[in-house]
Design a protein around this ligand. Sequence first.
Ligand SMILES: [Zn+2]
Length: 338
Amino acid sequence: MAQHFLLSAKARTLSIVKIAMMPDEEIHNIFKQIRWSANDGEPICPHCGATSKPYNIATRNQYRCKECFHTFSVTSGTLFASHKLPLKTYLLAIAIFTNSVKSLSALQLSRELDVQYKTAWVLSHKIRESLLDDTNDEMLTGVCEIDGVYVGGKTRQINTIADRVDRRKISHPNKRVVISLRQRADIGDDVVGAVKTKTFVLKSENTFDIGNIVNNHITRGSELHADEANAYDDLHALYDMKRVNHQIEYFGKNGENNNQSESYNARFRRMQYGQCHRLSPLYLSNYANEIAYREDTRRKSNGAIANDILTRCLSRGVSNEFSGYWQGNKRVSERLGA
Ligand SMILES: [Zn+2]
């Protein structure tokens, strides 16, 4: 049998040891090459867009534009704007985040980098934010799967058995369900399993919201695999539905299964139980999206993933939600629905 991809040397192209030993200048060059790839790694003024060689303020690793006299650095106008830590720490954070395939808690990151918990919390959330594809409205198509995984809102068990009630009947304000839509790879593709994933947070798995999500994100007429939950019943009118009854089987006689969605759910649970533990409804959509990213990139080398994350961090603007977080700038409402 062929060796599993993750055991092969091709899957390991990133070395934390190497990053830790890199001179600061080399790290700065990596940031420059990625940030200003359009100009061969030479600075572009983020204020006026001038590409002419700026004044170099070497002592501060900054530049001053010759056209508009704006002072900037390689991280100005990016997720890492106004950074306080050395660039190497950010690169190490991305490398550690990449290798933590079941996600990474802020406490663990704070121990790895020897930074305060608050610093690690904001840093890990900025990296998570870079993984969002807000502008991607491409529809899923072909063979797709759907399923939901419930999070939060558990009521603590009462001590004495005589006082206990059926907790399934208690509704809790913090209970949410993460719906994942997954598009399967075509037969003959290099990758097996799912290739594209979209996630949505709902208060419950209900017909109305599910209908909206599926109609907005999966091409009509696609083959859609789901379990026997009632919320998917109405989709039979518009999609080629395949249903699997999980009470009796994982896989139907004609191949009906939503095992790719179950795989998403499994990784999500491992993040919740093994790493982050508490996922507040406020930022749940970002955690859900992170797991989608990890699932979709599972067959890429860790070097390629880290490179992609750094590129995302340096091409995404200043974070509206996490810059100045501990100074009071916080998200006020959760992101629900389609
Ligand atoms: Zn300028």
